[in-house]
Write a protein that binds this ligand. Structure first.
Ligand SMILES: C[S@@+](CC[C@H](N)C(=O)[O-])C[C@H]1O[C@@H](n2cnc3c(N)ncnc32)[C@H](O)[C@@H]1O
Length: 277
């Protein structure tokens, strides 16, 4: 990453780390339950990520998982907690966030299976053929994907699975709307949603690519007061969230073109190798 961009990112993430440290707590049992079962994985993108991880992990004795751009380790900890046969590694450029991630792992009692590395995902930090699963969750839109994805593919073992979850904006109007929308946005200085060419590049980089779109009318959930408490048992919020996601799925099925207006994408693919060419 070029100098000034890196500095801006690191300064921003330092502040994120300070806030994350204040909120440091073990993964709640509702979250563990949700991502262990993934009962609504077709509706919620993160449940879909966990669904594919479970599917891959269930067919193997022990697996290794790496999260590119793990931030404060929230996903890394959740993965370690719900996938008991996994050794997990998290990589992030911010030493402060990795510091929080290390404390979070201790608080979750999974330190024996998790380790963290401070490093730039655009560089060759991890080497080759190391991980059964490589995750990129909300990270590729912060970096140069054409530099990062080759490193990500290299780090995966042959036949390994790659799972990507990122914000997208195919239409410039939508991109501008997001910039102007009167909702608080927690965004770092140089991030931008992936565009159509970026997604096409990602689909071309993996073998047997699958792509799922999320969050068209789902965006309206921003207006729900309790949308962040879905795991804490606000059942009405959950029903409303699911209803919006259901509308999206129905629309995508009837008018596939509408997927272009969605806000998030999950891409699953493999590194060519045994069983995957
Ligand atoms: C939006 S956060 C996502 C964190 C986590 N994956 C999640 O979903 O909660 C983006 C992360 O990317 C990290 N990051 C940005 N540029 C990076 C780079 N070049 N190498 C490694 N990490 C980077 C930031 O420090 C930040 O933690």
């Amino acid at each position: 990453v070029e100098g000034s961009k890196l500095e801006r990112e690191l300064t921003y993430q330092k502040e994120t780390a300070r806030r994350a440290r204040e909120a440091l707590a073990p993964v709640s049992h509702q979250v563990i339950e949700r991502y262990s079962r993934c009962r609504e994985w077709r509706y919620f993108e993160k449940e879909m990520v966990f669904h594919f991880i479970h599917e891959y992990a269930a067919a193997r004795d022990r697996i290794s998982i790496c999260e590119f751009g793990c931030g404060d380790g929230i996903n890394t900890c959740q993965v370690a907690r719900v996938v008991s046969n996994a050794d997990v590694c998290g990589l992030d450029i911010s030493p402060e966030l990795i510091g929080v991630a290390e404390d979070k792992v201790m608080a979750n009692g999974v330190a024996d299976r998790v380790k963290f590395i401070v490093g730039d995902v655009e560089n060759d930090v991890l080497g080759a053929d190391r991980f059964d699963i490589v995750l990129a969750l909300n990270i590729l839109h912060h970096v140069d994907i054409r530099k990062t994805v080759p490193k990500l593919m290299k780090a995966a073992k042959p036949g390994g699975m790659v799972v990507i979850l990122e914000p997208i904006a195919y239409s410039e109007t939508l991109q501008r709307l997001r910039d102007k929308a009167p909702v608080s946005k927690d965004v770092s200085p140089d991030e931008r949603q992936l565009n159509e060419a970026d997604v096409a590049y990602l689909l071309g980089a993996v073998s047997q690519p699958m792509v799922h779109y999320f969050n068209l009318f789902g965006r309206l959930s921003r207006l729900f007061p309790n949308r962040h408490t879905i795991d804490q048992g606000h059942s009405l919020t959950k029903v409303a969230l699911k209803a919006l996601r259901l509308v999206d799925l129905a629309l995508f099925a009837v008018i596939p073109y509408s997927q272009r207006l969605s806000g998030r994408v999950v891409i699953v693919g493999y590194k060519p190798g045994p069983g995957h060419h």
